[in-house]
Design a protein around this ligand. Structure first.
Ligand code: ADP
Length: 271
């Protein structure tokens, strides 16, 4: 087949092109492999930290628990909060590790006001934090978007959870219609904010801004990277604006219509 290639016009170019394609595929594979390796090593490290705390408190209890009952409260508190953190991390890791092909996405018309209200209610029940929902003035028509309601709420939950962790004040979800027919969902907080130079990095897996200011606040730096993937899967865009010391706004941009298909509710597997 080599000879046949040679005989054709431009066969040499074709060969060179194949060589280039091959090399770039190998580079891609290698870089994916490196990413996988660092993902596994980061994940193990992050899981080991809370485990170490749990282990040391448990062995402290074993050794001294009987004669020092005052150790009980502190130890159990620590063991509990570290377990919660590990559980959250494991759930997020499992989701991130699942191949995209297996993320079943159900696209359809979604009422964003209703999705916001439901997320706010679920959040209130889970954390006892009040969330205000700010809908457009003229609500004679609901704001609709073409997306996956369940995954949108999952995404909102991640953003609300960050707002809760990094601000003490009122958290607001706003729903706005865009002039092009699309819509914006925002989660607004007036918390500690994110330094400008770190803003692009917060979507990286395991990235957390300055551990010293967030120590004691649960999290593994996985929420936003999962959020980005969720947004991607449901045809949305996720962006973050923040001013250090003033607060953060997370914006989900959604489009009004499906990309051409007329089915009102379709079940499909995201490529
Ligand atoms: P984490 O589990 O650490 O919150 P995320 O991926 O959700 O992980 O966020 C990454 C980092 O971005 C956080 O550790 C925090 O430093 C910063 N961050 C995210 N959301 C906010 C917010 N609303 N206000 C301030 N900082 C935030």
């Amino acid at each position: 087949s080599f000879r046949r290639l040679e005989q054709r016009d431009g066969a040499r170019d074709e060969l060179a092109e194949m060589g280039e394609t091959f090399n770039s595929m190998m580079d891609q594979l290698e870089s994916n492999y490196d990413k996988q390796k660092s993902f596994v090593s980061n994940a193990s490290h992050e899981l080991k930290t809370p485990l170490t705390v749990i282990e040391s408190y448990a062995s402290l209890l074993l050794r001294r628990g009987k004669d020092k009952p005052e150790l009980l409260e502190e130890s159990i508190q620590a063991i509990h909060s570290e377990s919660v953190r590990m559980k959250e991390m494991t759930e997020q890791l499992l989701l991130l590790a699942r191949p995209k092909e297996q993320w079943l996405v159900s696209l359809g018309q979604v009422d964003l006001g209703a999705a916001a209200e439901e997320s706010a209610r679920a959040f209130r029940n889970a954390y006892g934090r009040e969330i205000a929902v700010d809908l457009p003035e003229q609500m004679e028509q609901s704001v609709l978007a073409w997306t996956d309601a369940g995954k949108l709420k999952q995404l909102l939950f991640i953003l609300l959870d960050n707002a809760r962790k990094y601000s003490e004040e009122q958290i607001v979800i706003t729903v706005t219609r865009k002039s092009d027919g699309g819509a914006l969902l925002r989660v607004v907080d007036r918390g500690i904010g994110i330094p400008k130079e770190q803003l692009p990095k917060v979507f990286d897996r395991f990235y957390r801004v300055d551990e010293s200011r967030t120590r004691g606040i649960g999290g593994a730096g996985l929420g936003l990277s999962l959020g980005k993937e969720l947004a991607d899967a449901i045809g949305a865009e996720l962006t973050l604006d923040s001013v250090e010391g003033l607060g953060t706004t997370a914006t989900i941009t959604l489009s009004a219509k499906s990309n051409g298909d007329q089915v009102s509710f379709s079940q499909r597997v995201k490529k």
